[in-house]
Design a binder for this molecule. Structure first.
Ligand code: HEM
Length: 416
């Protein structure tokens, strides 16, 4: 059958800012829905989403989406790419944009670079950075949690991963913002496209220098593992590939984690009973992080391309269609999660969420992101009491179709 119609669209900024009523309608009437404006198929049911994510042969990550966006966006994207190629290393498709077996080669390398021992070795730094950020605002009794905590924490952690001093967060933020600009619709004209491309090129030259240093004198850090001789049978990575992998680590690990921390704090503010439960029982921290990611997923959806005709939930989808895989909706599917709109940090199956995806592209940074969330909230609850939304604060979500991000979160609290 063809895809059923529903009212409303994820492209409507009001729906994107709070998509959950729309998800309920999709679950009831159209688990596979075709967006009339774009022709994309939206997959919202948990079982369909899992099937798509676990079959990279049928559902390709090489979505060729950039060739399908509007002409002006595509033209500005080309200006960015050309300028970057002139000044640094033009983008090549690696990792998230590739399918097995190419993808498996990238993934083997990254699994070697972000190992559990490396993540464990980073924890003292994550704790130190967390405490330093809290030190900076604790005496004031108020802060903007997004600007002063949720963003700088993962920013400083990734800055450390790429060999920057974590005090140099301003440089890191400018580089990361530039790398994110093309996907966040910030290339408004040729000047902005060239401006962001030259910032990314600056970051690339810095990283090329550090990568070459590690090649000559390896340490036990992530960059050394990335330039170490590959496993038998694997070709070594070119500088183009290394640059693209670094871009994905930075763009994949920064705003996603910041949004997760911001959304989790808002959920605690909206559910004071859950905040008190977590305060009194820290063994729930990990389940809390999973439940927050399930309930308010940072990445609400990404894309796949069908490589053959398929049928999902009774809907026929032709080969070469774009499927918008809506992780955030799958995480609210009542067929999988009982009373899915309820935020419950003791939920038994919270960790079955797909906020970090599933299958071969499962988030490579998940262990690090989970540790950052656990440490952040453990220290925040240790050091702050009476955490509340500042009087008169209004909540605003960043515009956008994929990410679920708070612009600011003004808080008041007392020091413990
Ligand atoms: C709460 C925080 C995070 C969330 C919600 C998140 C979410 C995701 C999702 C949904 C994907 C899957 C993409 C797909 O299905 O095609 C992904 C992949 C990825 N993530 Fe994360 N991520 C987070 C943190 C991180 C961190 C901290 C890093 C790195 C330091 C990172 C690096 C990556 C990379 C490189 C990929 C591509 C993996 C591949 O294609 O094999 N992420 N992430």
């Amino acid at each position: 059958m063809s895809a059923p119609e529903v009212e409303g669209s994820l492209l409507d900024p009001e729906i994107a800012a709070c998509p959950f009523a729309h998800y309920r309608e999709l679950h009831e009437k159209a688990p596979i829905h075709r967006m009339p404006e774009t022709g994309f198929y939206v997959a919202s049911g948990y079982d369909d989403v899992r099937e798509i994510l676990s079959d990279p042969v049928t559902y390709s990550n090489n979505s060729q989406l950039s060739q399908r966006v509007g002409e002006s966006a595509a033209a500005l994207g080309r200006v960015y790419e050309e300028h970057l190629a002139d000044l640094g290393w033009g983008h090549v498709q690696t990792l998230q944009r590739t399918d097995p077996p190419d993808h498996s080669r990238y993934r083997r390398l990254l699994n070697r670079a972000l190992t559990p021992p490396l993540v464990r070795a980073m924890l003292p730094d994550v704790e130190r950075i967390t405490d330093e950020l809290i030190d900076a605002f604790i005496d004031r009794g108020s802060c903007d949690f997004i600007a002063e905590f949720a963003f700088p924490l993962p920013g400083k952690v990734i800055a450390g991963l790429i060999g920057l001093d974590d005090s140099d967060i301003t440089t890191f933020k400018a580089w990361a913002d530039a790398m994110l600009a093309p996907s966040q619709g910030l290339l408004t004209n040729e000047d902005t496209a060239r401006h962001y491309a030259s910032l990314e090129a600056e970051a690339q030259h810095y990283m090329a220098g550090v990568l070459e240093e590690r090649r000559a004198q390896p340490t036990d850090d992530m960059l050394s593992a990335m330039v170490a001789p590959p496993d038998e049978g694997d070709a070594p990575f070119t500088m183009h590939e290394l640059q693209n992998l670094m871009n994905q680590l930075i763009t994949g690990g920064y705003t996603t984690t910041a949004d997760a921390i911001g959304n989790a704090m808002l959920l605690l503010l909206e559910h004071p009973d859950q905040m008190e439960l977590l305060r009194s029982d820290r063994s729930l921290l990990r389940n809390f992080a999973d439940e927050a990611l399930r309930h308010s997923s940072s990445v609400q959806g990404l894309f796949r391309r069908t490589t053959r005709d398929v049928t999902l939930s009774g809907v026929d989808i032709p080969a070469d269609s774009i499927i918008h895989v809506r992780y955030g909706a799958a995480n609210r599917d009542p067929a999988m999660f009982d009373a899915p709109d309820r935020f419950d940090i003791t939920r038994g199956n919270a960790s079955r969420h797909v906020a970090f995806s599933r299958g071969p592209h499962f988030c490579v940074g998940q262990p690090l992101a989970m540790q950052e969330m656990v440490i952040a909230f453990d220290r925040l609850l240790d050091r702050l009491d009476d955490i509340a939304l500042a009087p008169g604060a209004t909540l605003e979500r960043a515009p956008g179709f994929f990410l679920y991000s708070l612009v600011s979160l003004p808080l008041t609290f007392t020091a413990r």
